[in-house]
Design a protein around this ligand. Structure first.
Ligand SMILES: C[S@@+](CC[C@H](N)C(=O)[O-])C[C@H]1O[C@@H](n2cnc3c(N)ncnc32)[C@H](O)[C@@H]1O
Length: 226
């Protein structure tokens, strides 16, 4: 299968393959027994739950297609999908010399520290493109959002709609929202999907047939709202 990440250094390809493999191995090893005596947050504290590699490549391709320069990622974990977003933004801005950034969000301090390690391993271009906001995104996304081109919702499902509502007022016309697992977790995403599909909120929507589904929505407010 062709990989859209062209002109990306070999050490980043190698890192991404390693991180995706670690994430998949962790997820396959998870079972109901893990949750028997521990809370969801306790079990997930050391888990990647990274976006699948084909979805991450698709997200990169989309960000290149729409020339995304200002991106928000709701749910960063160990920073795997963030690397794809940062590579896309860096490539888009390098053509014009403009400044772009990926606003990443993570409330587990240990995960944030590990994410920074991975970004350092990628190199200065990736590291410098990312603004990691540590803490609960319902607070960290309250300010300093401008002209958002792209929002990735890869977060525990109850947080997806609050994240969208915080970012939406700062989205440009034609901004793209991607939400993961919208078929597999359709019930848990009901509030998000109802909101996206309500014509009053001005999104056009498609569910793409990736594993467990991937929702791609485009924000198209009428002139007076944008
Ligand atoms: C599915 S993982 C993100 C995976 C990441 N996008 C990747 O591809 O590597 C979701 C992450 O969201 C974080 N999270 C959950 N609720 C949060 C909140 N309210 N604020 C910030 N981060 C949160 C979790 O700690 C978890 O690491």
């Amino acid at each position: 299968m062709p990989n859209p990440l062209v002109d990306v250094p070999e050490h980043i390809h190698a890192l991404l393959s390693r991180l995706h493999a670690e994430s998949s191995a962790q997820e396959s090893a998870l079972s109901a027994a893990d949750f028997a005596n521990r809370t969801f947050d306790e079990v997930m504290q050391d888990k990647f739950i990274a976006l699948d590699q084909d979805k991450a490549q698709f997200v990169y391709q989309l960000c290149r297609a729409i020339n995304a320069k200002h991106v928000v990622e709701a749910g960063t974990s160990f920073g795997v999908s963030t690397i794809y977003l940062a590579l896309a933004v860096a490539a888009n801005t390098s053509r014009t010399g403009e400044v772009g950034r990926v606003i990443a969000t993570e409330y587990e301090a240990a995960k944030a520290a590990k994410a920074r390690e991975h970004w350092r391993e990628c190199g200065e271009e990736v590291l410098a493109t990312i603004d990691l906001r540590e803490g609960d995104l319902r607070e960290t996304l309250q300010s300093d959002l401008h002209d958002i081109d792209f929002l990735l919702l890869d977060i525990w499902t109850p947080m997806a709609l609050p994240a969208l509502k915080l970012v939406q007022p700062h989205m440009r016309h034609g901004a793209v929202v991607v939400a993961d697992n919208t078929i597999g977790s359709a019930e848990k995403y009901k509030d998000l999907l109802d909101y996206l599909r309500d014509p009053a909120n001005h999104f056009s929507n498609m569910t793409l047939p990736f594993h467990n589904g991937l929702e791609v929505s485009v924000y198209l407010p009428p002139k007076s709202d944008s």
